[in-house]
Write a protein that binds this ligand. Structure first.
Ligand code: DC
Length: 224
């Protein structure tokens, strides 16, 4: 039987990680784990509960007690439930995007999520997407990709994604928001966004999604 490996895909917002991770998982018959969706679901719940995003104990308590479920769907992107409520769509809203980095920088929140993500990835045969997968969650992953693209390309991709969902977009505002989120994700004290020393660094500004998927699938087959 073919050995099933762990593939870590990290990188900044809008680099195309989700689409790529989903397609790679489908090509290899692997599971797909979207760790950003977990931080987003908690952020949605924190907003819902009216929590203050500087109240770390309250955020940690939420992270420890929330029941988060990522259910596979036919199109590959997960259906996301928190405490039984389907939040698949609302976790992609601008309001959640604008608050998620505040929650994701809280050490106790990360500790809890990292533990859960390791459990979810156990057994291999999984493509895990996030910011700290190669550096913290699965440092032993057999294949690590750091996927990035120029800020302009990333803002344009995010804009197209939101427009697809019928959300009005202001590209200038989006560019600013992405830059702000990247800066926060890269400068936080615990597990900042950065490539693992053994990650393959891939700038996909000039590549199509299909090319990126092919590149990763080829390497996955090479390490199996
Ligand atoms: O990939 P995304 O845009 O859905 O992620 C949302 C936020 O969650 C992102 O701004 C940073 C945070 N995140 C994180 O800190 N660590 C991860 N492993 C995944 C996401």
């Amino acid at each position: 039987m073919e050995r099933k490996i762990c593939i870590a895909i990290d990188g900044p917002a809008g680099a195309g990680k989700s689409t790529v991770a989903r397609l790679v998982a489908s090509r290899l018959g692997y599971r797909y784990l979207d760790t950003g969706a977990m931080y987003r679901a908690l952020t949605w719940q924190a907003l819902q509960n009216g929590l203050d995003f500087v109240d770390e104990p309250a955020l940690v308590n939420l992270a420890r007690t929330a029941d988060i479920q990522l259910l596979p769907t036919a199109d590959g992107s997960p259906q996301v439930l928190i405490n039984g409520q389907d939040v698949t769509l609302p976790i992609r809203s601008q309001q959640v995007s604008q608050h998620v980095s505040l929650l994701a920088k809280v050490p106790g929140v990360r500790r809890e999520m990292v533990q859960r993500q390791r459990q979810l990835a156990a057994g291999g045969g999984v493509v895990v997407e996030g910011r700290d997968i190669g550096t913290r969650v699965l440092p032993q992953a057999e294949l690590k990709i750091f996927l990035t693209a120029s800020p302009r390309v990333r803002a344009a991709r995010r804009a197209a994604e939101l427009a697809d969902r019928g959300e009005a977009v202001d590209v200038a505002q989006l560019t600013e928001e992405i830059a702000r989120r990247d800066a926060m994700d890269a400068s936080r004290e615990v597990d900042p966004l950065r490539p693992a020393p053994d990650a393959l660094y891939l700038d996909c500004s000039q590549m199509s999604i299909a090319e990126v998927v092919e590149y990763i699938v080829d390497r996955a087959r090479g390490v199996k």
